[in-house]
Design a protein around this ligand. Structure first.
Ligand code: GCW
Length: 668
């Protein structure tokens, strides 16, 4: 018995947050429908209710799940729960809604709630979608949890426990998934591959998860052998029309396409003198008869286009209003690229006649991989709740007030047993789903739910863990890129600090110096009206606020301004003082996390305790590396003092970059 506990616990975190509580109460069940989704419902309930009887009539039952509710408060795949110790009623208008209601009920029971009165919950975004950057060869772009969960050696070969993935998603309301990388291989649309995609779609359908595919814009030429992929060419249109028909014949509930076009070397309509709208609308027309949609990415920039942060806006604003009604423009939260902190992309709110959606990143490409504890709900809430000042709307509201609504994020899954490479990284997958369902939930609330479901119910432990989680993102910002700095990371692998990076002949906009502009006269990118004037893309009063270093929120000051090293802030600190303070504060926070975590032995399972202890050591070391590397490099310009002894020398910081990250070593 003694050895059983840790073993059980290991299994628990591999089981994500699906550790529901066994209910000893005897229940008499009545389920309204018989279909694959209700089979899932039955299986979930049976797994936690050993004393199970079925009723022939609803009146005789004490546990009712119905999908034919007439209640007008319930919308779409929403649900209502009424429950106490003896009776449970979960009602919805769709089977999917019933499933979501059951998961909510199981979660609440697990977290100690028994009495639930008239609780209604409706999904905020219609499409709540994960983007997997998985390649047919089985590798995962920016994946830190092993290999693909979908592909192997050029074929579909999904994880044998893919049901856990489906359940995890359904349990938080995620209802869609793009299984392949946006850097799409034309092969994804081959007939052989589509047969495999069908098997994925069949497995996920009972959980109300639709499959989408990222497609390569030059597929007609690259795969179909046509002479061109020009979106206005008749043969090209025919090719896509036939391909879409083939897909829907195999997968009747197929969701649609995600497209990265004319971005980072990928083909697109502009190769043929056409616009993004021409390209997106052509695909949209092929999908329209089947109810499919196109998610067209706004992640575009090129080295000749001036300030990278301005380019998506410059390219897409002239197309506002030109997209079909089954096209939605997918915009990364920030104008550059998933940095630890960016202001929101100015396209939110500005595109008034085009449907738009946000793309977040769960996988920690720029946030320490799956080695750093960095709970992202706080970052996503900061983004969602930011006022755009366009018609008084927040970012969230700009993406909700339209016919088609969606919310997406790049997944952090892989074939490692625990799915995400780190138990703490699982919380971000969970948080994304919860926010897609209800963006008004607080980061605290989501953290608490997840800790209860995954780690412990001990109140004191929950408080401590949640305080670490809630502070963790700010700590990462502090030790990596404080005060609006961005893109200081290692060349190509994006691991570790490399503000000094200088690759001969490489694209300037891929080099950190393009972003930090460190020089004898100061630090930061001048995006004010005296510089690139990116501030112009924001609505007043944001524009004036960002434009003035005295008014600009300190966390964005070096994003929008190039300031002298001795620039003085209101608190009397110079820019250099503030930099040193923030970099060191980030490190001190990780030390504080370690101290708190050390008190949790026995409060969480041993494997979890050990895993987090081990990873926090790695995180502390890498935080020190970031602090030292950045400060020692910036010091070569500022010539000012670092008031403490660094752990690493500048030479050591550079040498460390050529070693392997901890998570990479785990994969060996
Ligand atoms: O952040 C960059 C990544 C690329 C990625 C690209 C994108 C899929 O470094 O790996 O490619 O963004 O979002 O398209």
């Amino acid at each position: 018995m003694l050895t059983l506990l840790p073993m059980l616990a290991t299994a628990q975190s591999d089981n994500l947050w699906l550790n529901f509580k066994t209910m000893q109460e005897p229940y008499v069940f009545y389920l309204t429908s018989k279909n694959p989704t209700f089979d899932v419902i039955k299986k979930e309930i049976l797994s936690v209710v050993p004393n199970f009887y079925t009723a022939k009539k609803m009146e005789q039952a004490s546990f009712v799940v119905l999908d034919n509710s007439q209640n007008s408060a319930i919308q779409g795949d929403g649900f209502m729960i009424n429950a106490d110790e003896k009776n449970v009623k979960i009602e919805a208008k769709t089977s999917a809604g019933a499933l979501y209601g059951v998961y909510e009920f199981l979660r609440r029971r697990k977290n100690g709630e028994t009495v639930i009165k008239n609780f209604v919950s409706n999904p905020a975004f219609q499409i709540r979608i994960l983007n997997h950057w998985d390649n047919p060869d089985g590798s995962v772009e920016r994946g830190y949890a092993g290999k693909s969960i979908w592909f192997q050696d050029g074929k579909i070969n999904f994880r044998s426990d893919i049901e856990t993935y489906a359940r995890a998603n359904a349990s938080v309301g995620i209802n869609a998934t793009v299984i392949d990388n946006v850097n799409a291989d034309p092969k994804i649309l081959s007939s052989q591959m589509l047969q495999g995609v069908k098997t994925v779609a069949d497995r996920l359908r009972p959980y109300n998860i639709k499959v989408y595919l990222a497609v390569n814009f030059s597929s007609p030429a690259a795969l179909g052998g046509l002479k061109t992929s020009d979106p206005l060419d008749k043969d090209v249109i025919d090719w896509w029309t036939k391909k879409v028909k083939e897909i829907y014949t195999l997968i009747p509930n197929f969701g649609g396409f995600l497209v990265k076009a004319n971005s980072e070397g990928l083909p697109g309509p502009m190769d043929f003198g056409r616009t993004h709208a021409d390209g997106a609308n052509m695909l949209a027309k092929a999908l329209k008869p089947y109810g499919g949609i196109v998610m067209w990415r706004a992640f575009v920039y090129n080295p000749q286009g001036g300030d990278r942060a301005k380019q998506a806006y410059d390219e897409f604003m002239p197309l506002d209003g030109k997209f079909d009604d089954n096209v939605i423009i997918q915009i990364k939260n920030g104008p550059v690229d998933f940095q630890p902190r960016e202001p929101f992309s100015p396209l939110f709110g500005a595109m008034k006649n085009t449907q738009i959606m946000a793309e977040l990143q769960i996988t920690q490409e720029y946030l320490g991989y799956s080695d750093h504890l960095c709970y992202l709900a706080t970052m996503w809430k900061e983004f969602l709740d930011y006022p755009t000042y366009h018609n008084g709307k927040t970012v969230k509201e700009t993406t909700l007030n339209q016919k088609l609504t969606a919310f997406s994020a790049v997944a952090n899954t892989g074939n490692m047993k625990n799915w995400c490479g780190y138990v703490m990284a699982q919380s971000n997958w969970y948080a994304f789903g919860r926010l897609a369902w209800n963006p008004d939930l607080t980061s605290q609330q989501i953290a608490k739910e997840w800790i209860n479901l995954t780690l412990t119910n001990d109140e004191d432990a929950v408080k401590k863990i949640s305080s670490i989680m809630l502070r963790s993102r700010e700590a990462v910002v502090d030790y990596m890129t404080p005060l609006g700095l961005h893109h200081l990371m290692g060349w190509s692998d994006h691991w570790g600090p490399e503000p000094w990076c200088a690759i001969p002949g490489a694209r300037e906009d891929w080099m950190p110096r393009y972003y930090h502009k460190a020089a004898a006269d100061g630090l930061g990118f001048n995006r004010s009206s005296t510089g690139s004037n990116a501030v112009e893309q924001y609505q007043e009063p944001l524009k004036s606020m960002f434009n003035d270093p005295k008014l600009c929120p300190k966390e964005f000051v070096l994003w929008f301004h190039h300031l002298p090293w001795d620039y003085t802030f209101d608190n009397g600190n110079t820019l250099w003082d503030e930099l040193v303070y923030h970099y060191d504060k980030g490190v001190k926070e990780v030390e504080a996390f370690q101290n708190v975590w050390a008190t949790l032995k026995g409060k969480v399972s041993d494997p979890v305790f050990n895993e987090v202890t081990e990873k926090l050591k790695v995180q502390l070391d890498e935080a020190q590396w970031w602090r030292d590397g950045c400060l020692l490099y910036f010091q070569t310009f500022s010539k000012m003092d670092i008031p403490f002894k660094t752990k690493y020398t500048f030479e050591e910081c550079k040498a460390k970059l050529r070693t392997k990250s901890y998570i990479e070593r785990q994969k060996d």
